[in-house]
Design a protein around this ligand. Structure first.
Ligand code: PEP
Ligand code: MN
Length: 339
């Protein structure tokens, strides 16, 4: 359940509610809002009478939660969450952020070229996979720690914060040394042990939607991370499996307004994995901005024809720059600022 405190509630009122819920065995998550504090309580509802809770001093109302996710729900946190990445960059605010870069870090030259090009075009963050287990064990598997070092060098050179994927909890602390945002790939969305570990790291998490996950399952995956202690979750729609074969996945743009209604978490869109074809990326990027997304994750490669992974869906730097210019024209219509 969720306990919404009155605007005038004092610290002592909040503490009294917290003590009562804790004594009844509830797990408490406090959300101090601008106007009022909201208390999320997870536990056995039969152990407390909501009406008596509502009668406590400073309590406005007690809201039962109908969704299985609580901390990720809009009821728990009525205002949009803004996830801080660096001092200047936060996802979920008016600023529309574009995270761009190659699918995989393939080498120093490739990543530095990509980083400088996407920065020049207007990207505010750099992406690149260092750990890339693929469908086939014989495909390129990523440069691993060497790739992380190259990402750190590209961050220095471009001053763009870096997003990279963690595949396995065993590599999490190493990746945290290098990355500004930790990506959870679509195939790992329900790796619950990994999600729990991500609750304990001091970095924002970019959580991709699983290829066959419902929106509820996706928000429950976010709930794992938040419940384990990390509120800084950015959702990323990247397409789901359907019967359609023309595109690599079916980009579910309707997920954006649905997530915005159900949750306070920011949501970004990956039109590259969502379509699998670079020529479709700009149209889907514009649609994502128009549908209310908080940003994009886009694959850009200096030479897509030579890419070791996902070349067919990667934009060239010139195509990326043209796409960003189109988005720049659209952004003010949607009340968004684009770097
Ligand atoms: C990626 O972003 O490089 C990636 C592997 O994406 P997904 O997990 O969405 O397939
Ligand atoms: Mn990729």
């Amino acid at each position: 359940m969720i306990v919404v405190m009155q605007k005038e509630a004092t610290e002592a009122d909040i503490e009294a509610v917290r003590e009562r819920l804790t004594a009844a065995g509830f797990d408490i998550h406090l959300s101090p809002g601008v106007a009022r504090t909201v208390i999320g309580a997870i536990g056995d509802k039969t152990r407390i009478d909501p009406a008596s809770l509502e009668a406590m001093t400073g309590v406005d109302k007690v809201v039962p939660i109908l969704h299985p996710f609580k901390l990720a729900s809009r009821e728990f946190h009525p205002e949009n969450s803004v996830v801080p990445v660096t001092e200047k960059i936060a996802i979920g605010s008016r600023a529309f952020h574009i995270i761009a870069g190659p699918c995989a870090v393939e080498g120093r030259e490739q990543l530095l070229e990509a980083a400088l090009a996407v920065k020049e075009a207007g990207a505010t963050m750099l992406r690149g996979g260092a750990y890339k287990p693929r469908t086939s064990p014989y495909s390129f598997q990523g440069l691993e720690e060497e790739g992380l070092k190259i990402l750190a060098e590209a961050r220095e050179a471009s001053s763009l914060p870096v997003v990279t994927e963690v595949m396995d909890p065993r590599y999490l602390s190493l990746i945290c040394e290098y990355a500004d945002v930790i990506q959870v790939g679509a195939r790992n969305m329900q790796n619950f042990f990994l999600l729990r570990e991500l609750g304990c790291v001091p970095k924002p998490v970019l959580l991709k939607r699983g290829p066959a996950a419902t929106i509820e399952e996706w928000l429950l995956a976010a709930e794992y991370i938040i419940a384990a202690g990390n509120p800084n979750v950015i959702l990323c729609e990247r397409g789901i499996r359907t019967f359609e074969t023309y595109t690599r996945n079916t980009l579910d743009l309707s997920a954006i307004p649905v997530v915005k209604k159900l949750s306070h978490l920011p949501v970004i869109v990956d039109p590259s994995h969502g379509t699998g074809k670079w020529a479709l990326v700009p149209a889907m990027a514009r649609a994502a901005l128009a549908a209310g997304a908080d940003g994009l994750l886009v694959e850009v490669h200096p030479h897509p024809g030579q890419a070791l992974s996902d070349g067919p869906q990667s934009l060239t730097p010139a195509n990326f720059a043209a796409m960003v210019n189109e988005l720049r024209a659209l952004a003010p219509v949607m009340n968004r600022d684009l770097a």
